[in-house]
Design a protein around this ligand. Structure first.
Ligand SMILES: *Cc1c(COP(=O)(O)O)cnc(C)c1O
Length: 431
């Protein structure tokens, strides 16, 4: 049995390869990996029994807290029926029910078709492949995708090619979609007409870019994007993998500007942060272009083994039920305000720009003498987050930007304590 902490750590270092992690540091003798044993609500407990606030919602996934009784029960009930069966040639009840619920979260008749997959990256791949095949079926020469600098759409080859962050894309730059990256909406609006005619789709993380360090877009951008796409015959793909399911204060970021995209990509919070499940929603117009007799070969030949996984769909139904029963969106206003007030009350000389959209926060660390950005090689953001563990907070930075993304179920007190923990941890390390 490998249950002593030392043995678990030894085996982790011997056999696992962690995502986005320099394993040489991870495996060094000074590093004692934190091993999470359990969770309840917004709290996580490690194998030693230490408790922490889940300050980044377990990498932006968790919504209603861990071990929520309703989601747990939804999964258990489904487990006593079946855990998985194929969506290739068959269907299942939770997937059917979830499809209807998701469609009903958008204006009637707008996004009417749901394609299930596994992760944010596959939700994006699915939207892009649908867009590519749609153009082929319609005989339209529109080869290009437009994405934005700083964008993050996932790590599979196609999704990564749309990303605007060099380290995630450049190493594998030979593959992926033909994409052009613009800085902002002005860049799009000033695109020459002959270039605009070649645009298949514009993809964007609405309201706020996550992996870029919680960078906020100007107000009104979504409406302008929708107008530009309509005027130029391009699709609008919204990657709401991070912003979906209440994070921004509304159920979806696109609700803030009352627009509907041609494709929306959902994942992370879809199951309440319980299981890997994703959904790509699109319009009846897109869907109908793929209809034809079998030999016309217009079928969308795309799928994954676990598409429409019944356990994942049951968890997602459970999560949507919690949104309804607990009036979660209505409850967010006071939490968002207390987060704002807590941030405004901090006077930390090492904190530069502080950005907030709903329950999402980015705090830039800076050199308090020069006001410049820190030397990224020093990994200050990561060290501050490490120091925050002492104050009962777990979170992960983006470079030298500290991030907070508390689960929507967090209490006002938990939110305030998390901000205080980051303030103290910053001072401990830098003052
Ligand atoms: C996390 C994320 C993705 C990728 O999702 P995975 O589930 O990690 O594949 C895509 N887009 C955005 C905006 C994300 O935050």
């Amino acid at each position: 049995m490998s249950d002593s902490l030392e043995e678990l750590r030894r085996l982790d270092k011997a056999h696992l390869w962690h995502p986005f992690t320099q394993m040489q540091d991870w495996c060094s003798s000074e590093e004692d990996p934190l091993i999470i044993a359990s969770g309840k609500g917004a709290m996580l407990t490690d194998v030693k029994g230490n408790q922490y606030f889940d300050g980044n919602s377990s990498i932006w996934t968790n919504i209603h807290g861990h071990r929520h009784p309703k989601i747990d029960a939804a999964i258990r009930d489904q487990l006593s029926e079946i855990a998985h069966c194929s969506a290739l040639g068959f269907s299942n009840q939770p997937a059917i029910q979830l499809g209807e619920k998701l469609v009903n979260l958008f204006p009637a008749g707008s996004l009417t078709r749901v394609f299930f997959s596994d992760d944010g990256s596959t939700a994006v791949e699915c939207a892009c492949k649908m867009a590519v095949q749609y153009r082929q079926l319609k005989g339209e020469a529109r080869p290009h995708f437009v994405a934005f600098g700083g964008a993050y759409h996932g790590d599979t080859m196609g999704a990564a090619s749309l990303g605007g962050i060099g380290v995630f894309r450049e190493r594998f730059a030979s593959g992926g979609y033909p994409a052009c990256h613009l800085d902002d909406i002005d860049g799009l609006e000033s695109m020459a007409a002959e270039d605009a005619e070649t645009v298949n789709a514009v993809i964007v993380e609405p309201l706020i870019q996550g992996a870029a360090g919680m960078q906020v877009w100007p107000q009104g951008m979504l409406r302008r994007l929708r107008e530009w796409c309509d005027a130029n015959g391009a699709f609008l793909i919204l990657d709401e993998v991070m912003t979906g399911f209440g994070r921004t204060g509304q159920m979806f970021a696109c609700h803030h500007e009352a627009i509907v995209p041609d494709f929306i990509c959902l994942a992370k919070g879809l199951t309440g942060g319980y299981l890997p499940l994703a959904a790509t929603l699109t319009t009846e117009e897109v869907y109908e272009a793929f209809l034809g007799s079998y030999e016309e070969m217009t079928t969308f030949f795309y799928g994954h083994s676990y598409c429409a996984n019944p356990l994942g769909c049951a968890a997602a139904l459970g999560s949507l039920k919690v949104f309804e029963d607990e009036k979660v969106i209505d409850s967010l206003g006071p939490k968002i305000n207390s987060l704002k007030e807590a941030l405004a009350s901090v006077e930390n000389p090492h904190w530069g720009d502080v950005r907030q959209v709903g329950m999402i926060v980015g705090i830039d660390l800076l050199d308090h003498q020069t006001g410049d950005a820190l030397n990224w090689r020093k990994e200050t953001g990561a060290r501050v987050c490490r120091a925050a563990r002492k104050y009962g907070l777990l979170t992960r930075p983006v470079g030298d930007t500290l991030t907070l993304m508390p689960p929507l179920c967090s209490s006002v007190d938990q939110i305030k304590s998390a901000v205080t923990a980051l303030d103290h941890a910053t001072r401990d390390l830098l003052s």
